[in-house]
Design a protein around this ligand. Structure first.
Ligand SMILES: [Zn+2]
Length: 273
């Protein structure tokens, strides 16, 4: 296993450096979880991100120590986000585990973050006490919520805090018409395109998605989602694939999707409320 990972790391680092004139990318969906650390030590992980031509990366990890390792290695590149999971297995249990709250409060007191997430929540679970406290913490600390879930969960979080800033992971794996309805309803809802490929193929955009990007130019951003260690292999490939379909958009809109929207949402000033 280690041999395979070492070989993979060698392949990743053998890529040529990003060309100076290529579109910079803010990858808004990177994880560096405990099983990735042994495959790619922090310095090598940073090298992978830089060679992909990333300007910034929104990173959250199970556990958060992974995010801190990357941030220490490259504070100019890494934008930290606090994941509630201390290990991979908590994805389906965290909403029923009150100790998650103490964990989040401890980390928020020690480190700087732009958001809480990515976390998983569906339907009525968004009204469970742990989720309610997460929404309150985001409000108090001026953080975005990176939510992997359905439209009902989004509705319920906005009902708790109409001023919340939500980044909808994977655009909810939802259809363009539902995204249109949700983006129209909530002005502070944004969406990442991680693990989506239905919006473009062969460097051309699907017409319905093109209209959605055109009508909501400030809301979408890119993401790879390194949900397993092997996914690190795709960071550069995903950046290249994204640059290809972005050329099918006017330059200004392409830049917004590539990095400007993420910079505005994640690096802009947001005051605690
Ligand atoms: Zn993810």
């Amino acid at each position: 296993m280690r041999v395979i990972f070492a070989a993979l790391a060698a392949v990743l680092l053998a890529r040529p450096a990003a060309a100076a004139d290529e579109l910079p990318i803010f990858d808004a969906h990177i994880h560096y979880s405990h099983d990735a650390w042994t495959m790619l030590p922090p310095d090598e992980a940073i090298a992978v991100l830089r060679k992909a031509g990333l300007r910034r990366a929104l990173v959250s990890s199970s556990s958060d120590d992974g995010t801190q390792k990357l941030y220490d290695a490259a504070p100019d590149l890494i934008v930290p986000e606090l994941r509630p999971y201390r290990s991979r297995g908590e994805l389906s249990t965290w909403l029923h585990d009150p100790t998650v709250i103490q964990h989040l409060e401890d980390r928020l007191a020690r480190y700087k973050y732009v958001g809480i997430g990515e976390f998983h929540v569906y339907g009525a679970d968004a009204d469970l006490p742990v989720m309610r406290r997460v929404v309150e913490l985001a409000k108090q600390h001026g953080l975005i919520l990176h939510l992997h879930g359905d439209a009902e969960a989004i509705d319920r979080v906005f009902a708790q805090d109409p001023g919340a800033h939500i980044l909808w992971a994977h655009s909810g794996f939802d259809r363009p018409e539902r995204l249109r309805a949700m983006l129209s309803k909530y002005k502070t809802l944004s969406a990442d395109l991680a693990v989506r490929s239905d919006h473009a193929s062969d460097g051309k955009l699907d017409p319905e998605w093109r209209q959605l990007f055109t009508d909501f130019p400030d809301r979408f951003m890119l993401g790879t989602d390194t949900y397993t260690p092997e996914r690190w292999y795709y960071v550069a490939e995903h950046a290249s694939w994204s640059r290809a379909w972005l050329t099918d958009l006017p330059r200004d809109l392409a830049e917004r999707l590539a990095y400007r929207n993420a910079e505005a949402l994640l690096l802009g000033e947001r005051v605690p409320r």
